[in-house]
Design a protein around this ligand. Sequence first.
Ligand code: KG4
Ligand code: ZN
Length: 341
Amino acid sequence: MNNNIYILGIESSCDDTSASVICNGKVLSNVIANQEIHSKYGGVVPELASRAHQQNIVPVVQQAIEQANINKEDLSAIAFTRGPGLMGSLLVGTSFAKSLALGLGIPLIDVNHMQAHILAHFINDEDSRIPNFPFLCLTISGGHTQIVKVTNHFEMEILGETIDDAVGEAFDKSAKILGLPYPGGPLIDKHAQLGNPKAFSFTKPKVGDLDFSFSGLKTGILYFIQKQQKQNPNFIEEHLNDVCASIQYTIVEILMDKLKNAVKKTGIKEVAIAGGVSANSEIRNRLQLAEKHFGWTTYIPKFEYTTDNAAMIAITGYLKFLNKNYSDVSITAQARLKVTE
Ligand code: KG4
Ligand code: ZN
């Protein structure tokens, strides 16, 4: 009798189609099909994203099962992203997961994408450490910017969040102003590594202790670039690395200031980061330094679990499976879903 628990995770909330198999919390496969199509439009086009999911989902799931070296009949349950995300994209993963679970006669488990970004920290990799409860998680992605207090796997409280743009949007919109393609976050990061972070200074927003605001910064960057270009039409080309380094420095300063406030307010020194922007080299460095400077214990996800991936959906499904927290087949996708729901 095989007591192993195999969970297939399916992620299709935005523009990445991903499937992953994990066994007892260990990742056996994590296949991601990125959708190149959006880069020329400067952002994700929902209609095109759902069509690409339709094309990708079968081969991506097949590959994930093959790479895990199991048969689909070995699966214990199917976990899928219920939301938040683009409705058309979510429907592809939701419908596929339902059909496969029904066909195999195994439980279906719905997963909250934002919880999954945080719970990626519970993937059982030999060389990564698992956070102790309670911990603080700075969840930073293309759609969200939040500080979450995590009391338990499924008990979370939002301590602060953005009142306008998400931090990923701040990166992507700044990149667009500089003429860089979507998604611009990784490109700003790349250029920033060759630039001087103190070359230019941008004003930090004034909002509540634990809240964020990025729309003013974006406008500030736009006006700054327009002013410089009036004097020198080649300003961007000549100063791209320094501009990127200065933007990244300002954004990371804002994030670190808020994290420090949250630690002070709660007394919790276990601090994690999650979501696409946690791939950023500067926030990763600064968090590492915080161990030495402020005595925090920090948790930085492996690079492959930062941006959208199905391993995080599968680990969340595994934790729910252990509690027999299954979904009914009548469950529906939800474009809007809070991390606490
Ligand atoms: O979590 P994610 O893959 O999708 C959402 O759920 O939104 O996050 C995507 C975001 C994009 O805004 C992208 O530009 C940003 O994460 N991102 C980065 C980096 N890598 C991805 N931002 C800054 N530096 C990076 N290295
Ligand atoms: Zn995400």
